[in-house]
Design a protein around this ligand. Structure first.
Ligand code: BG6
Length: 477
């Protein structure tokens, strides 16, 4: 039978330091922005309010990321479970604040480096390739406060020192890296990805675009350092991709969808892959009143150091309905848009669209002709364990099966796909709500939204299913 995926396809799973590690103040770690972001369904509205300013208020709020699932102490057990599933790779991130607690120190915190050394060694001992995101939604709180997040040019130098430290320390053992998680999420939640609050410009295009420019420069510097450290390293960008549809064949809606793709889906990858600002950037900046501070040498740096591959997350598509603004705003998709009558949604209102993934893969490959890596995908759902803590999560299996089928079809279309690391392969704290009850994992973690519970790990039905998927290289779904 013809193989559906190439030999060496990187099957695995993905997490992020701030959502799994906990131990937020252990072994010299400093506070990151997410340590000052409350949990609960209201999380995004709290951080988007004009008063929000990253001050910890433990009387009023809970902070589930402080404890996470204690992966910091239990990573050996977790990685052993990943190995049992047959993972070829494990995508995780490095907490900047474990290495440079406030971001500004000149010498790294050895205890932090030592921790990641052990994580990497454990992966390698199990034959699992580490895939590292340098920064996943958690810049040092001090940098956010001192410089207004990434809009401060000074942050570039502090990031460069951090990136150099981890790339030089681990770059002989770790071949796959990404710079910023979902860099284009700046257009949706700049608080998480750029350290901006409403007070410091989260609602102002000028601040967001300037912060992005600084991140592009920082990302190019990381690519440069990576390739100088070890020419074998493959370092990618990481974008959030949600396939956009025009609601109907009214050209107005089609044009709006095209503009939406340019301004929020492609803008960052166009720069990071293409090495220059795209043709539509100038008119976009003008329409928003943005005047970028581009320093001498910046554009040359972007040009000289494009990324090697495109990592992206895919959870949902969205539907642009410019001719009916009311319908366009009436829907629970995280990224907005109108309700798509052809799609069902998750418990959290995210529209489930496997065909949209095949479209995404074709759109991205068509535009960039660089290898693609799906580094996040999955279904956040409420799991109901039985008395033995077993979760029969057929809904999750169904979701993953449909998306893996769509991937296989895209590979058949000719797309160069490197791998697949479903999100939250082990239950973790949700980014948008701070809940534990929004679970993505194939491994159940016995903790509630207040991080009470034993923390013990249990294999779900999807654990056994995914193991078989990997063992047959995606043949047996
Ligand atoms: C991505 C992020 O946007 O989506 C992850 O990179 C996040 O950090 C994931 O957890 C799922 O989102 P949520 O809000 O369901 O946790």
């Amino acid at each position: 039978m013809k193989e559906r995926f190439p030999q060496g396809f990187m099957w695995g799973g993905a997490t992020a330091a701030n959502q799994v590690e906990g131990a937020y103040d252990k072994d010299g770690k400093g506070l990151s922005i997410v340590d000052a972001i409350p949990g609960g369904k209201a999380r995004l509205s709290i951080v988007s309010s004009p008063e929000f300013d990253f001050s910890l208020d433990t009387e009023r709020y809970t902070y589930p990321n402080h404890k996470g699932i204690d992966h910091y102490h239990r990573f050996r057990e977790d990685i052993a479970l990943f190995a049992e599933m047959g993972f070829k790779c494990y995508r995780f991130s490095i907490a900047w604040t474990r290495i440079y607690p406030n971001g500004v120190e000149q010498q790294p915190n050895e205890a932090g480096l030592n921790h990641y050394q052990q994580v990497i060694d454990t992966c390698i001992a199990h034959g699992i390739e580490p895939v590292i995101t340098i920064s996943h939604y958690e810049m040092p709180l001090h940098l956010a406060n001192a410089f207004g997040g990434w809009q401060g040019r000074e942050v570039i130098g502090h990031f460069e020192r951090f990136a150099r430290t981890v790339l030089e320390r681990f770059g002989q053992q770790v071949k796959y890296w990404m710079t910023f998680n979902e860099i284009n999420s700046a257009f949706h939640f700049p608080i998480m990805s750029q350290g901006l609050t409403v007070k410091t410009g989260a609602l102002e295009p000028q601040a967001k675009f300037q912060a992005l420019h600084n991140q592009f420069v920082a990302s190019s510097l990381a690519v440069k350092i990576a390739h100088e450290t070890n020419p074998e390293i493959k370092i990618g960008c990481m974008i959030l991709y949600a396939t956009s549809y025009g609601f109907d064949c009214n050209p107005v809606n089609q044009l709006a969808a095209l503009k939406e793709r340019q301004s929020s889906d492609f803008y960052c990858a166009d720069v990071q892959v293409g090495g220059k600002y795209p043709y539509y950037a100038k008119s976009l900046w003008q329409s928003l009143g943005v005047k970028l501070d581009i320093q001498p040498g910046d554009l040359e740096l972007l040009k000289a150091h494009p990324v090697d591959y495109i990592g992206f997350s895919y959870y949902m598509s969205r539907t642009i309905y410019a001719t009916n603004p009311e319908a366009a705003a009436a829907h629970g998709n995280l990224l907005g848009g109108a309700r798509n009558p052809f799609l069902e949604a998750s418990d959290w209102g995210w529209e489930i669209d496997p065909t949209g993934l095949r479209i995404a893969l074709n759109e991205l490959y068509d535009r960039y002709e660089k290898p693609l890596f799906i580094v996040e995908n999955g279904l956040g759902a409420i799991d109901k364990p039985d008395e033995n803590h077993y979760v029969a999560d057929d809904y999750r299996i169904n979701y993953l099966r449909q998306h893996i089928n769509a991937m296989a079809e895209a590979v058949e279309d000719g797309v160069d796909l490197m791998g697949y690391t479903p999100w939250g392969c082990i239950d973790l704290v949700s980014m948008s709500t701070g809940e534990m009850s929004k679970r993505y994992g194939m491994i159940y973690v016995d903790l509630d939204d207040n991080i009470n519970g034993t923390g013990d790990r249990y294999r779900k039905k999807s654990f056994h299913w995914y193991k078989q998927v990997i063992a047959t290289n995606g043949q047996d779904l």
